[in-house]
Design a protein around this ligand. Structure first.
Ligand code: GLU
Length: 497
């Protein structure tokens, strides 16, 4: 059932523009991207916008922007074009209508004129007769108002009168649909459980099933990699491939993403647990694209080695569908936080500074690039998110407004003010204001004054930052510079007495 190995790999990400791209969607896009890159194939974006009721105008720009942010470059699709344009289903209507009609002409599909009430009545009738889940299928279709049950003259009458109709697939009962899922192995469905699905709606627009199959065929898609929630649709799709006489692509259904306490990670569920849902939310909360990608890669796949940190290019090298599991994977926000810290630390200084800058601007701070690079250098091992540079390192951008009470109570001694004033004087004439020489100077200062180093360091930290933790005091002093250190030491002496 799979395509010959020789056909060039083409995969697609086919979101419906019904809202902001969510992380599950980004994971699907990522796995498609990795697979395509690994195989030297093509990664296509197709917008499945046939459901006008659920259409959201901001969705498509958000999808494009989120993919760009994440670094998943498209080979074909909206914005980049390609040989199979247009990549919007809403612009391919004619093709779907022609092919649906072709199935009708071949006796593989039929026109159905039933109203919603007709269908409801059928359901109620069958339920009353003991059928728990009545469907429109081989067992019921001949009792309905369609071109199989009506005479040719009646059908003509309907058409002449403009009675709205849908086109349904005529599913043959008693057959089995078998396929080999690249992730889950052999999968089988009985056609008994498949209804005469609607292919073309009464407004002339295709359903997801019809449009999806036609486009995957027309766009020469070789592998369909999508979420497990689409698995039940697959037999319907395979019946359509068969009806058209086309070879279906290889199917691969990614495992479900589970909430940390089990169950599917629904939007409601996620909201309740403070787990962001949309990619935009992750961006707004200051997660780095490299971290989110690394995290999502592990949400269903593993390299089979100890390595956890991967760049996108390294993921491409390491990725294989064979190493994607079929069991649901639990979402773990702490793990993402860990990935985020790791990736932040790995960024080149200039890049890290650039990512931190908007956080400064939000907080109303203005500093030179060189200074900011020194700050992030001092902070990089301690931060988990870019905003931590501002939140935890506020003292790099303004004098402390207050001093940690507990710290003061414990570490600010009766002689601290005198020592800080003395130190400030000493440092005024200290030749090189760098971490190493400050380290030496402060050691010497402690000795001269016959106090333990701790009696100096803790008050200095408090005086400079107002808080009890942060990077090395010497390193911090070098970044802050002579003038600021001098000013803050004296100020603390004055204010804390
Ligand atoms: N439009 C579907 C979605 O929103 C596509 C599913 C598929 O990949 O076939 O996810």
């Amino acid at each position: 059932m799979t395509l010959p190995v020789s056909s060039p790999v083409r995969v697609r990400f086919a979101p419906s523009p019904t809202g902001l791209l969510h992380i599950g969607g980004l994971r699907t896009a990522l796995y498609n991207y990795l697979f395509a890159q690994k195989k030297g194939g093509t990664f296509v974006l197709r917008i499945e916008d046939t459901d006008q009721g659920r259409y959201v105008a901001e969705a498509e720009p958000d999808i494009l922007d989120s993919l760009r942010w994440a670094g998943l470059k498209l080979d074909e699709g909206p914005g980049v074009g390609g040989p199979h344009a247009p990549y919007y289903q809403s612009q391919r209507k004619k093709r779907y209508q022609e092919l649906a009609q072709q199935l009708v002409d071949e006796g593989k599909a039929y026109l159905a004129f039933d109203t919603a009430d007709d269908i409801q009545a059928m359901r109620e009738r069958l339920q009353a007769a003991g059928n728990a889940s009545p469907t429109y299928n081989a067992a019921t279709r001949l009792q309905m108002n369609n071109s199989l049950a009506c005479s040719a003259a009646e059908v003509e009458e309907h058409l002449a009168a403009g009675t709205p109709f849908v086109i349904r697939l005529k599913v043959v009962p008693g057959e089995r649909v078998l396929f080999e899922d690249a992730i889950r192995g052999p999968v089988a469905f009985d056609t008994e459980g498949i209804d005469d699905q609607v292919l073309l709606k009464s407004d002339g627009l295709p359903t997801y099933h019809l449009a999806n199959v036609i486009d995957d065929h027309d766009m020469a898609i070789t592998h369909v990699i999508r979420g497990e929630e689409w698995l039940p649709s697959t037999p319907k799709h395979l019946l359509l491939y068969k009806a058209f006489g086309w070879r279906p692509p290889q199917m691969a259904h990614l495992p479900l993403i589970l909430s940390p306490n089990g169950g599917k990670l629904s939007k409601r569920n996620a909201d309740r647990m403070g787990i962001p849902v949309s990619v935009q939310q992750y961006r707004a909360e200051g997660y780095e694209p490299e971290a989110l990608i690394n995290f999502l890669a592990f949400l269903g796949w593993n390299p089979g080695t100890e390595q956890e940190l991967f760049s996108l290019d390294e993921l491409v090298d390491a990725f294989s569908i064979e190493r994607v599991g079929s069991a649901g994977v639990q979402f773990n926000l702490e793990k993402l936080a860990w990935f985020n810290a790791q990736h932040l630390r790995q960024l080149p200084l200039a890049e890290l500074a650039q990512r931190v800058r908007p956080e400064l601007e939000k907080a109303g701070y203005e500093v030179e690039d060189a200074y900011l690079q020194n700050v992030v250098q001092a902070m990089r091992e301690r931060i988990h998110r870019r905003s931590d540079v501002v939140n935890d390192g506020r003292y790099f951008f303004e004098d402390p407004v207050e001093y940690d009470e507990k710290g003061v109570a414990k570490r600010w001694k009766p002689d601290s003010a005198t020592l800080m004033r003395l130190l400030a004087e000493t440092l005024l004439s200290h030749p090189d204001f760098n971490a190493k020489s400050l380290d030496d100077a402060i050691h010497a200062f402690a000795e001269e004054n016959e106090v333990g180093l701790g009696r100096i360091m803790a008050p200095v930290r408090l005086a400079l930052t107002g808080v009890m933790s942060g990077p090395s005091v010497f390193e911090m002093m070098e970044v802050l510079g002579r003038e600021i250190c001098n000013r803050r030491l004296k100020r603390a002496a004055e204010r804390l007495g």
